[in-house]
Design a protein around this ligand. Structure first.
Ligand code: URA
Length: 274
């Protein structure tokens, strides 16, 4: 299998981060540094990362965390701020599935399963994420909601159609499936409603539920299976085939499943998240 995939399976990092590790010359096969992430390697034991031999993959786990404000959603932070990883009590090496801005709160998943993380964050899988935004700019108008639903012009291109509804005069619930940087903030600002507070309340079939800020819990097997089904349902189509349906097909996994929402509309022009 491809070296980057093997690294992701071993829980080293997501597939894309593993590709970077290889290109940076931090991975060796049979003691020799390699730089081709596509190199064909089958045995974990032949590979080392930063000089440390790779271990056979252990159990695959996924945690849900309610990220408090001020916490960074990386595995390590050069500025020594609290990270989402440090808030989860697990002996396994976990990393976050995608990112939330430091001031944004709510549901973030952490896993040691690089393949799953890759599927859940890659734009082509179009996993829907639902946010609640408390906004300024006066009462939210129907015109603003219509604009959000239709897609708004941002400096990195037009956003795909989204689901938007008003929860209160100053609160919008928005479901998107692109994952561009600061996307919700930029979308709301573009329709005249700068975001004052932003919380992610659902990710794919999972809802934040009753998790208190800073609290985490390990997902059940059924919940992880629902996430895997979501990724599989939206698996990349063969070259030349039509784009896959939006990734909302998975059945709710448990009592924490997100409230049923009609499937998000088809994405156009997704931009990969950095
Ligand atoms: N949209 C944002 O603006 N920020 C996030 O962290 C996530 C979505």
């Amino acid at each position: 299998m491809r070296l980057a995939k093997l690294l992701a399976l071993a829980g080293v990092a997501s597939r894309r981060a593993s590709e970077r590790l290889v290109r940076e010359g931090r991975v060796a096969v049979d003691g020799r540094t390699v730089t081709d992430p596509a190199l064909d390697v089958e045995e974990f034991a032949r590979v080392s990362v930063n000089g440390a031999p790779l271990r056979e993959p252990g159990p695959r786990v996924v945690y849900a965390l309610n990220k408090p404000p001020g916490v960074v959603s990386t595995a390590r932070d050069p500025q020594r701020r609290t990270t989402v990883v440090s808030l989860v009590d697990s002996p396994l090496r976990l990393y976050p599935v995608g990112r939330l801005d430091v001031d944004v709160t709510g549901l973030i998943l952490l896993t040691n399963d690089g393949e799953l993380a890759h599927s859940l964050t890659h734009p082509r899988f179009r996993v829907p994420r639902t946010y609640r935004a408390v906004v300024g700019g006066g009462p939210v108008s129907e015109a603003a909601l219509r604009a959000l639903r239709a897609g708004v012009e941002l400096d990195d291109g037009r956003t795909a159609p989204a689901r938007a509804r008003r929860l209160a005069d100053d609160t919008i619930q928005l479901t998107i499936h692109e994952g561009r940087k600061r996307q919700v903030k930029r979308m709301c600002a573009a329709v005249g409603h700068p975001v004052r507070r932003l919380e992610r309340v659902a990710f794919g079939p999972l809802a934040l539920g009753g998790l208190a800020p800073g609290q985490s819990r390990r997902l059940s097997e059924a919940e992880v299976a629902a996430l895997r089904a979501l990724a599989a349902a939206a698996a990349p189509a063969p070259a030349g085939a039509a784009a896959p349906a939006p990734a909302t097909a998975a059945a709710p996994a448990s009592a924490t499943a997100a409230a049923p929402e009609p499937a998000a509309r088809r994405a156009t022009g997704s931009v990969p998240r950095s």
